[in-house]
Design a protein around this ligand. Sequence first.
Ligand SMILES: Nc1ncnc2c1ncn2[C@@H]1O[C@H](COP(=O)(O)OP(=O)(O)OP(=O)(O)O)[C@@H](O)[C@H]1O
Ligand SMILES: O=P(O)(O)OC[C@H]1O[C@](O)(CO)[C@@H](O)[C@@H]1O
Ligand SMILES: [Mg+2]
Length: 341
Amino acid sequence: MRIGMLTSGGDAPGLNAVIRGAVLTGETVHGHEFLGFKDGWRGLVENDTMPLGRHEVKGVSKQGGTILGTSRTNPFEGRGGVDRINEVMTENGLDAIIAIGGEGTLAAAKRLTDEGVRIVGVPKTVDNDLDATDYTFGFDTAVGIATEAMDRLRTTGDAHNRCMVAEVMGRHVGWIALHSGMAAGAHAILIPEQRTSLDQLVEWVTSAYDRGRAPLVVVAEGFTLDSMDDPHSERGLDAFGRPRLGGIGEQIAPLIEHRTGIETRATTLGHIQRGGTPSAFDRVLATRLGMAAVRSVNDGHWGQMVALKGTEIVHVPFENALGKLKTVPQDRYDEAALLFG
Ligand SMILES: Nc1ncnc2c1ncn2[C@@H]1O[C@H](COP(=O)(O)OP(=O)(O)OP(=O)(O)O)[C@@H](O)[C@H]1O
Ligand SMILES: O=P(O)(O)OC[C@H]1O[C@](O)(CO)[C@@H](O)[C@@H]1O
Ligand SMILES: [Mg+2]
């Protein structure tokens, strides 16, 4: 078979390991050929391709980013649409597409498979917010980077007796904040799922400070104080028309300082969390998902994505994966909150 492959949406450490896992298994075990589409759906719509074989995937598992490039292009906009995509697939002699992306990419893939395009999906997002898989690759790496950054913030915070606010990614969910905050021993963790009040935050910060600690506050970019209507956004809209988040840490730092009198500094980790070398966990998960995606193609599991359930790789129909986001459950937050303050 000839299989096209693309990566779409925000990058996540491990994308290259998926690509390598699929290409090596596909070529050596099943005799398939691969073709890369550049920059997500854009490459498929514009027929912008690159060779994708053993040579191209040599040693890429440890590389961040994606050798195929990525974008937030909508495959139905401009000259896109199902007829155009079928035309490009026929021109390239392709039997199927492996699309690697988050909930947006998979929603687009579902629309296309509903119209007969043969696509299998591989879930990806540092946010870990896809419901039908236990973990997405990229999350473990992002948590590791954020934790290391917080360890560093704590030593400088301790030296100056300051409150340090660390802002991490998490558009709709607080998984990165929860895990990195717990790992770093944060005195408060603020996540989109919990509309915390400033009074509560001030209580946690003051209590830690009064015990002689330099308070560490971890906040997810999508968090809203109970007095705010929407998540903080000051950077315009993304290519799909959604507000670009980021900057809530800088907003709450002066509020903390004003209310407590404790000198407070904010750091936004931003895209550092998505860059660089994937962790070993993410490389293994991504490689297994890439290999499983090829098995999905062999078995004709169109309209399904591969997913992690416990330690097993399973197949999940797109509609089951897209229904709702995997948010931080109340009991996981309450458990972490026992150690706040
Ligand atoms: N419901 C949808 N139907 C069709 N296309 C969509 C839909 N949602 C998103 N898309 C398209 O898919 C692209 C990728 O989605 P998105 O930007 O949300 O990234 P993602 O794959 O969800 O990854 P990330 O984790 O970075 O959000 C979008 O930019 C948009 O063009
Ligand atoms: O890379 P961009 O387009 O700035 O997108 C940032 C968004 O992507 C994510 O990293 C993954 O969805 C979010 O946490 C963040 O809000
Ligand atoms: Mg998305």
